[in-house]
Design a protein around this ligand. Sequence first.
Ligand SMILES: [Zn+2]
Length: 198
Amino acid sequence: MLKLTCPWRTSRRAALAWALDQRDWIDAQLARAEPGEPFAPGATIPVEGREVHIAWSDEWPRTPLLVDGELRCGGPPEGLPRRIESFLKRHARDTMSRDIAEFAAAAQVTPRSVTIGDAATRWGSCSSQGRIRMSWRLILASAEVRRYVAAHEVAHLVHLNHGPEFKALEARLFGAGVADAKAALRRIGPRLRRIGRG
Ligand SMILES: [Zn+2]
């Protein structure tokens, strides 16, 4: 539950509009209040939108490997969460660099840099200098959701606002279904934020 406290005589509509504007931040705070889904043998996590089972054996290599819906991990068990996170970040960097390169070519622009991070509240961002940042957690989501954020940020390389021209370019890059992808991200976002947290 979320309790919104506002000063006396604030219009209810203005207060709700403000809260909607802060939705990503609010979602992030709510996600922090819930128990995490740590990386551990036997746990299931989504990778590219498909549920993947985490398995450990001392016969497997230290570097995790995705085989037949299973994330196979070897090496010392105590370092397992860190190695899984590194694996996912690497996978995120490779995949999202390709997504962004593809959309940037279609928009005939070049980002100054593409960084994969773990921002607490934003799935992606684009600075006025053309630096795109993406959350590694998007690799957990389906390709549709991940590519929607990539198309959105590439469209910001051309328009630093959410005006009609921006929306037209976003739709041209991503194709039909922007609203569906956005809604899907809102739905799964809280879980994506819990994954890998102890
Ligand atoms: Zn935006």
